[in-house]
Write a protein of this length. Sequence first.
Length: 282
Amino acid sequence: MPPASPELISPRSPRVSAARRLAKRNFRGKEQLFLAEGPQAVREAGAQPDTLVELFATVEAAERYADIIGLARDTGARVHLASEQVIADISTTVTPQGLVGICRFLDTPFEDILRTRPKLVAVLAHVRDPGNAGTVLRCADAAGAEAVVLTDASVDLYNPKAVRASVGSLFHLPVAVGVPVERAVAGLKEAGVRILAADGAGEHDLDEELDKGTMGGPTAWVFGNEAWGLPEETRALADAVVRVPIHGKAESLNLATAAAVCLYASARAQRAPGGCRSVTES
């Protein structure tokens, strides 16, 4: 693979300075750009049309991931060879992997999500930890959800830690951001989606709901803050407040684990005989 440019980009280059600033939320919002670090994220970004804008790569990474460099060039992204120090300055990780991409924001309007009549949605209400947000997004992707909604009280989707935690899933499914929780719930209900709030103190048991056969229809799960869960006014918006049963001695489950259990429970029920997916996709 020929080098991306004859010389390494200078650490004092305006392009390097602009990339470094994207670690801060206000600059991300102003430029409508965010950082994607590592081969997995950059590869997924490059696979999406008009997403990857720019790519910085060490010489070693450019040789190791020649396919990603070629993909970036094919999409029209600007490719720069950079020293390990430049990559370290741009990256927000302790041990950078030699590739840092700059990508356009991927927001999907909430109304566009509703028009698809989604069958499985994850709603992040009051989720403040970026690692948890990214991991729930990854779980939703793995479970086959059609969309994720982040309310206006939740963390920035494009926080570098959230992007890393999604492990590329950010580029796979529609995500609406900044939606007031009341609007999210009302819109999904209008689209025929049942709203389930996940809460450790919920009056409904997930196992019992599965046994009763109530989980096979279109469903949106609402997940709350890592420390204090969902406020009462948000729980009141749901059709049911559901707890994940604890069969052992653990005090509780963390947010991402509980989200995975809930989303997969819905996915399994929807694919069972009579579930919404088995009916509509047969």
